[in-house]
Every structure is written in C-alpha cells, then in structure tokens.
Design a binder for this molecule. Sequence first.
Ligand SMILES: CC(C)(COP(=O)(O)OP(=O)(O)OC[C@H]1O[C@@H](n2cnc3c(N)ncnc32)[C@H](O)[C@@H]1OP(=O)(O)O)[C@@H](O)C(=O)NCCC(=O)NCCS
Length: 185
Amino acid sequence: MNKPSRHGETHIEEWDEHHPGFPTLMVFIHREGQSEWATFKADWHQSSHLLVARRGQALMGFLRFAIQPIGPDADCPPIQFQGNNLLEAKVLAFAVDKAYRRQGIGRKLQEALIQRAQALGCHQIRSHSGGDQLANHHLKLALGYGIHPIVRGADKRGAYFILPLSAVKSPQPHRKVRGPTKRGT
Ligand SMILES: CC(C)(COP(=O)(O)OP(=O)(O)OC[C@H]1O[C@@H](n2cnc3c(N)ncnc32)[C@H](O)[C@@H]1OP(=O)(O)O)[C@@H](O)C(=O)NCCC(=O)NCCS
C-alpha cells in the first residue's frame, strides 16, 4: 500500500514494462481493480501508453491509453479525413489512489494525456465511464470534454466522453458574432 505523502513534487512519467517500478505499478493497478483494462490488447491498437503519477517512490495514479483509428472498436470502418484515417487516444484505465484524491493528480494525468495525444497526431481523446464513476464524470466535464450518454446493460447513467484536440490546440481568432439588430438583419 502506498504511504500517503502530502509533500514533494508530483511527477507524471510514461513507463513501459522495462521500468524497474513496473511490477509495483501492476500491483497498484490490480488493487484498483483495473488489471484487465491495463493489459487489454486489440488488433486495432497502434500503440499503448501508460502514464504514471508519482511523488518520490510513492505511486499515486495511472492512466493507460491506446492509439487507434476511430471506428474499428465500434465495428465501423475507420473514419477518414483528407485521405487519412483519423486517430484517437482511447483511455482504457485511469485511477488515483484513494489517499491522494482531490489533490489535482487526476487532472495532471489528463493534462499529460492531452499533450501526448497531440504529439502522437490524434484527432480526439475518448473514454467510457460507468454511471457510478461520478468523480470521473465531474473531472471530464470540468476539463471540457463533450458527453454522449449510453446505455450498457443495466447501466443507464454511463457515458462516452470525447475531447476534440483540434479545438484545444488551434483556437482560431474569430470575429465577434453580432446579435440580432433592431432591423432584424
Ligand atoms: C476519477 C479520479 C481519477 C479523479 O482523480 P483525482 O486526482 O481525485 O481528481 P482531481 O483532484 O484532479 O480533480 C479534478 C477535478 O475533478 C472533479 N472531481 C474530482 N473528484 C470529484 C468528486 N469526488 N466529486 C466531484 N468532483 C470531482 C473536480 O472538478 C476537481 O476539481 P476541484 O478539486 O478543483 O474541484 C479518481 O476519483 C478515481 O481514481 N476514481 C476511481 C476510479 C475511476 O473512476 N476511474 C475512472 C474510470 S476507469
């Protein structure tokens, strides 16, 4: 179990299975009940990435995402734009240790995700969140994600969250939109 520490700097790093801390990270992920999602592989994954939040030796959180074309995981053909398959970063596992929640670590992991997804050429970030994961819903909405409610089995409060990166990375200077004038023009 991580020993809670409120002091020290939080580092967000990308780890792979060669990192010396990897076995400890796997134990942490297992304790959070997310082993299956942290190791799930699919034909449409182009690459897989694991972000880790740590303070000193203490592991505080993780976020795993896969880079994939948009479409095939929903049994649809790849979505294309200007002759290219559009890519997305699909979040498959994400948690912060209970002892460290509400300290901004989930937000930091999400910010690192946005940077990595942009660098990897993604059009969007997407994730599914079950209806009982309200903290995650609030975090995604606070970050500006769009929400698409979806029924999965008995869960009617779950949703897909989508963040279009084109909107994040290149806000175009825009002309002020005028409201209706008295003449109705
Ligand atoms: C979702 C989760 C990762 C958030 O991590 P966190 O480090 O506590 O989140 P942060 O401290 O960065 O919170 C950022 C913002 O998210 C929102 N938020 C986070 N937890 C919240 C909660 N319990 N209730 C309401 N809003 C919440 C707030 O807007 C918060 O900003 P604020 O603290 O300034 O109000 C964490 O709650 C968790 O691990 N939950 C269990 C696993 C899970 O649901 N994973 C996601 C789906 S797989």
